[in-house]
Write a protein that binds this ligand. Structure first.
Ligand code: ASN
Ligand code: ZN
Length: 346
C-alpha cells in the first residue's frame, strides 16, 4: 500500500509514504529483534485439544488490557488511558482498542484455548493516537500501536479486523514465527488477515456466508474510492483510487507478484492464501472459527518452518485437516480443492 502511494500518489502523499516506509523499516527491525530475543515458542509445545475441552477450560481465561494514549507523539507506550476493568473513557480510539482487544482475546481463548498472544497470559498493550497523521497500525514485537490517520487517506485504524490482524502478528511470532519476507511473510500477513476477519465475524455472530470478508472496512478516507484495505473474497478489488492506486492483490498463483518492495510483496501475495481460506470456508459453511479456523490454527502450531512457502503451508493445512477429520474426509477433499482453485496443488 505504502509502495503504491509512493509511486502513484501526488507530491504530499509521496512524501508521507516515504517517511512511513522509513518508520516501517525501523519497526520491522525491532520486531525481528523481539522474535529472536530468546522468546519461548510457547504454545507450539502445547498439545492440540478438542474444541469442547477448549471451551470448558477457557472460562478461566481473562485478558489483561492496557490501553495507552500516545498523544500524537512517537514514544511508546505513552500515558495510561484505560487498563483492565476501568470504565469507558469517552475517547473513541481508546474505547474501541479496549473493546477490540477483548474480542481478540476471547476468540483465541474460547475457540483455541490460547491464553493471550503468547499462550501465557501476556498483557495486551495498545497505544492509540500514535504519532500525528500516522497512516498505519503495527505490532512491534511486544505491543500494538495505531495511528489516527491523516483524515484524507485514512480516518482511523482502530477497527476490529485491523486490531485482530495486528494482534495475530503476535500469535504468529509466539508460535514459532513466519519470516516477514517473500512467501513466508505473505503467509504471516495472511494468517493475520484470516484471524482478523474471524475476530470480527465472531463478534458479530456472522456465518461465513453473512460476512463481507473485508479487512479494514471503513478506515479509508471519505474521498477515497474503495471499501476497505483488502478483500479476501475478491482480492484486488478493495480500492481503486487516484491517490492510493489499485488494490494490487492477486487471487491465484498465475498472478503472483514478484517484487522487492513491501518485503517481497507480503501485503500483496497474501491475497492468494487469503482467497484459499475464503474458498474453503465457502465449502464448509458455518462459522470460520470452527472447522476452517481450527485447521489453520493447528497448521500454525505445527508447521515448524519459519521460511514456509505457500506449498509448505498448504500441505500443513492438509495434514491438520487429516488429523482432525480423517484421510479422505470431506474437509480434506474440499481443502485440497480450495488450494487448487488458487493454483496450489497438494
Ligand atoms: N499494518 C502493517 C501490518 O501489520 C504494518 C506492518 O508492520 N507492516 O502488516
Ligand atoms: Zn500485517
Amino acid at each position: 500500500m505504502l509502495e503504491v502511494m509512493r509511486l502513484r500518489g501526488d507530491e504530499g502523499v509521496r512524501k508521507m509514504a516515504e517517511e512511513m516506509l522509513k518508520l516501517g523499516e525501523k519497526t520491522r527491525e525491532e520486531r525481528a529483534e523481539q522474535s529472536t530475543g530468546g522468546m519461548v515458542p510457547s504454545s507450539r509445545s502445547g498439545t492440540f485439544i478438542s474444541r469442547a475441552l477448549a471451551e470448558a477450560t477457557a472460562t478461566t481465561l481473562s485478558p489483561n488490557r492496557k490501553v495507552y494514549d500516545g498523544e500524537k507523539k512517537a514514544s511508546l507506550p505513552g500515558t495510561r488511558a484505560r487498563f483492565e476493568g476501568d470504565p469507558a473513557t469517552g475517547d473513541a480510539e481508546v474505547d474501541r482498542a479496549y473493546d477490540a482487544a477483548g474480542e481478540v482475546f476471547e476468540l483465541y481463548a474460547q475457540a483455541f484455548n490460547r491464553d493471550s498472544l503468547d499462550g501465557f497470559g501476556m498483557d495486551l498493550v495498545h497505544t492509540v493516537h500514535h504519532r500525528a497523521n500516522y497512516n498505519n497500525a503495527f505490532w512491534n514485537g511486544t505491543q500494538m500501536a495505531y495511528g489516527d490517520g491523516d483524515g484524507q487517506l485514512f480516518q482511523t485504524f482502530t477497527e476490529l479486523s485491523v486490531i485482530g490482524h495486528e494482534m495475530s502478528h503476535g500469535v504468529v511470532q509466539f508460535s514459532g514465527g513466519l519470516v516477514y519476507e517473500g512467501q513466508s511473510g505473505a503467509l504471516n500477513e495472511s494468517f493475520a488477515d484470516v484471524f482478523g476477519v474471524m475476530t470480527q465475524q465472531r463478534a458479530l455472530g456472522q456465518s461465513v456466508y453473512d460476512a463481507d470478508w473485508l479487512v479494514g472496512k471503513g478506515i479509508l478516507g471519505p474521498n477515497i474510492n474503495g471499501v476497505a484495505l483488502r478483500s479476501m473474497k475478491a482480492p484486488g478489488t478493495a480500492y481503486s483510487d487516484s491517490l492510493l492506486g489499485q488494490d494490487p492483490q492477486p487471487y491465484h498463483m498465475d498472478l503472483f507478484v514478484n517484487t522487492t518492495s513491501d518485503n517481497g510483496g507480503v501485503h500483496i501475495n497474501s491475497g492468494i492464501p487469503n482467497h484459499a481460506f475464503y474458498l474453503f470456508c465457502m465449502y464448509m459453511g458455518g462459522n470460520a472459527w470452527d472447522r476452517p479456523g481450527q485447521i489453520w490454527y493447528k497448521a500454525l502450531q505445527e508447521i515448524n518452518n519459519p521460511l514456509a512457502t505457500f506449498g509448505n503451508w498448504a500441505a500443513q493445512t492438509l495434514d491438520a485437516a487429516i488429523d482432525l477429520h480423517g484421510n479422505g474426509s470431506y474437509e480434506m477433499l474440499m481443502l485440497r480443492r480450495a488450494w487448487k482453485l488458487v493454483g496450489i496443488d497438494v
